[in-house]
Design a protein around this ligand. Structure first.
Ligand code: GAR
Length: 225
């Protein structure tokens, strides 16, 4: 059984200031609607956390503008700037560590990590994937949604899971099912799943930060909701 360590220590002045607000590192590659959903949940007071850094694997994407507009530090760590996946991963670990990140969230991040990143943040990296895992694992949106439609399933949805070295196969934290409708196109299905993601992801982050998750085999169990 593994005990995800959630970086709960409050530092030297924890007693004087109360528990410190957990810092998130959010990794993105494009549109950033899930990043926006996280930041909105924080702003509403639904999620007690702060965004310590937003890292993008691509320059010039809307997600970076969303972060910058809210005064969140941003970094671009693009694969072509590094000689290897390990060097890219080391840069990601360094940036997250320098920002004092407690929990890492992959919100539309189109890269597969070098194992050094997973080792640096064991059970402290969450990913959102637009299918009901383990169905339609692998690939970036809209491939999982297109695969679901092509397979003729009547239910798809989205999954938040802990990131391990196996792609899209880490222990599942939370899922929401979304019906596949007879007249769905990939775009329409992806849009409805995305709306569900925007509620699921901030809520899953909250549960991981507050619910004392325990990973038992492939199951994630929480002390309280
Ligand atoms: C989301 O649908 C997310 O689930 C998906 O990319 C989209 C990002 O949208 N992630 C994957 O496919 C991961 N394999 P966003 O940039 O608007 O949040």
């Amino acid at each position: 059984m593994a005990e995800p360590g959630m970086g709960e220590s409050g530092g030297d002045n924890a007693v004087a200031t109360g528990p410190r607000t957990p810092a998130l590192g959010v990794l993105v590659s494009g549109r950033g609607s899930n990043l926006r959903a996280i930041l909105d949940a924080i702003a509403r007071g639904d999620l007690r956390a702060r965004a310590g850094i937003v890292i993008s694997s691509r320059a010039g994407v809307p997600a970076l503008e969303i972060a910058a507009a809210r005064g969140i530090p941003t970094r671009v760590i693009a694969p072509r700037d590094y000689p290897s996946r390990a060097a890219e991963g080391a840069a990601v670990v360094a940036a997250l560590s320098e920002a004092g990140v407690d929990l890492v969230v992959l919100a539309g991040y189109a890269r597969i990590f070098d194992p050094c990143v997973v080792r640096a943040f064991p059970y402290r990296i969450l990913n959102i994937h637009p299918s009901l895992l383990p169905a339609f694992a692998g690939g970036m949106a809209p491939k999982p949604q297109a695969d679901a439609l092509a397979a003729g399933v009547k239910l798809s949805g989205c999954t938040v899971h802990f990131v391990t070295d196996e792609v899209d196969a880490g222990p599942i934290i939370a899922q929401v099912a979304v019906p596949v409708l007879d007249d769905d196109t990939v775009e329409r299905l992806a849009e409805r799943i995305l709306a569900a993601e925007h509620t699921l992801l901030p809520e899953a982050i909250r549960r991981v930060l507050e619910g004392h998750p325990r990973v038992t085999g492939r199951r994630v169990l929480f002390d309280h909701r």
